[in-house]
Design a protein around this ligand. Structure first.
Ligand code: BTN
Length: 242
């Protein structure tokens, strides 16, 4: 495990290492990032107090024939690993907002970004562990939260990182048979009216009815048509749950 006080992005750092021949199992953990990368080309705010960690994993055999599915399924698996770790180390029950935002009390506590590099994949995870609320940028303060807040005693970060590493290897190796059910059961989206967002624009809305075995989200629009989403994002419509 490489532990850094600060870097621009642990994903960038590990991708460079992979290109130089680093083996699977190499892990980079930083206490702060100055250029954290998010999904869909966004940035990821990474102040001190959070855990920013990237794992170099082999591409699973069954996914090798469809590279597009790789990042998608692995990020869902990583979401389950994060959820389990939050429960095991912190005793808090989180949910997963499709595809892979881990949520606590309706706010995002963790984000995951998978990037394929040659025959391997980097799974980058950012967790707001003990992040003071005022350290979140104002534009995300209303949608982000931290597992612990000021004045609360948090277990050592190293304990969380150790457990997370174990969970990542168990779930992402494919040896865990329960992750998919856990992923589906943890959904904060299914059963809600949602807006479908592609490239930053609302392109439709409907009722999220289920997540299938490929982790695709099924939505029934107001005309009764089924839309199957394999990418993009959704947001819960203000009217909320039905
Ligand atoms: C998202 O929510 O859009 C994904 C965020 C992923 C952030 C993590 S932090 C560790 C790793 N390094 C990065 O630059 N990004 C990922």
């Amino acid at each position: 495990m490489i532990e850094l006080e600060s870097t621009d992005s642990t994903n960038r750092y590990l991708i460079d290492m992979a290109k130089e021949g680093a083996p699977c199992g190499t892990t980079v953990w930083a206490h702060r990032q100055t250029g954290g990368r998010g999904r869909l080309g966004r940035s990821f705010s990474s102040p001190t107090g959070g855990i920013y960690i990237s794992f170099l994993l082999p591409l699973p055999n069954n996914l090798l024939d469809n590279l597009l599915d790789v990042g998608f399924s692995l990020t869902a698996m990583a979401g389950v690993a994060v959820k389990r770790t939050i429960w095991q180390v912190c005793g808090k029950d989180s949910g997963i907002k499709w595809v892979n935002d881990v949520m606590l009390d309706g706010k995002k506590v963790s984000g995951i970004l998978a990037q394929v590099v040659m025959d391997k994949v980097v799974i980058g995870i950012g967790i707001n562990y003990n992040t003071p609320e005022e350290d979140f940028p104002p534009k995300v303060r209303h949608i982000a939260t931290s597992i612990y807040s000021k004045g609360q005693e948090a277990p050592p970060m190293a304990e969380f990182v150790k457990k997370l590493t174990e969970n990542i290897y168990t779930v992402c190796s494919g040896s865990d048979k329960n992750w998919l059910k856990e992923y589906k059961d943890s959904s904060t989206i299914v059963g809600n009216k949602v807006q479908i967002i592609q490239a930053g624009k609302i392109v439709g809305e409907g009722l999220a009815t289920s997540i299938d075995d490929r982790c695709f989200l099924h939505v029934i629009d107001d005309d009764g048509n089924e839309i199957v989403l394999s990418t993009g994002e959704v947001s819960i419509r203000q009217e909320g749950r039905v």
